[in-house]
Ligand binder design. Structure first.
Ligand code: GDP
Length: 186
């Protein structure tokens, strides 16, 4: 898959009209691994110190759709100031880019299920009217009971669509790419 790094943004966001899909989730959920699995190249840094990368990283896929990697949330050691600046960046990003955003993938650990912060994120996206779906990560680490529990919980909080993935096993790659390609075609 053709992929090009467009830049890291901490303040001024891109102004173009290219459509984008976004990856959000708590730190350590497996976001970088999933992105790398999808594009087939190590473009996102795996296992970085949680909460350290506070920039929005943007990649261009196949010349026409952008993949946006936003900093993870919910890392306990992050200071109040850092949390505030994360919130500010997110508010600005989702407000300024609202019309370009085709889908937000909210990553949730298969074994853990949606946390309070995941719930808040989902509610916020719903409130803003931004299209989103849940992506369960690291499914290879969860047993059937844990997976069912996570799926049930997501249903309970009103999530319409869920994709089960494992970066380790390549699970869910086809389904995710399908959503990305559909976003591109709109
Ligand atoms: P991020 O902080 O959300 O970007 O998460 P990373 O991609 O850096 O992954 C966090 C940790 O989970 C790393 O140690 C990864 O090797 C591990 N990990 C990520 N995806 C998977 C997966 O699908 N299966 C398993 N077993 N481990 C994973």
């Amino acid at each position: 898959m053709k992929v090009e790094f467009l830049g890291s943004y901490v303040k001024d966001l891109p102004q173009d009209n290219i459509k984008e899909v976004v990856f959000v989730g708590r730190s350590n959920v497996g976001k970088s691994s999933l992105i790398n699995m999808l594009v087939g190249k190590p473009i996102a840094k795996v296992g970085k110190e949680p909460g350290r990368t506070r920039a929005i990283n943007v990649f261009l896929l196949e010349d026409y759709i952008k993949l946006v990697d936003v900093p993870g949330y919910g890392f306990a050691k992050v200071s109040k100031e850092e949390r505030e600046s994360w919130k500010e960046l997110m508010e600005r990003y989702f407000t300024e880019r609202k019309n370009n955003i085709k889908c937000v993938f909210v990553l949730i650990d298969s074994k853990v299920g949606p946390t309070e912060l995941d719930r808040l994120m989902i509610e916020w996206l719903r409130h803003k009217g931004i299209n989103h779906l849940a992506v369960l990560t690291k499914s290879d680490k969860a047993d059937q009971r844990e997976l069912s529990k996570s799926l049930k919980e997501l249903k309970r909080i009103g999530v319409q669509k869920v994709i089960i993935t494992s970066a380790k096993e390549g699970r869910g790659k086809k389904e995710l790419l399908k959503v990305i390609m559909e976003a591109k075609a709109e």
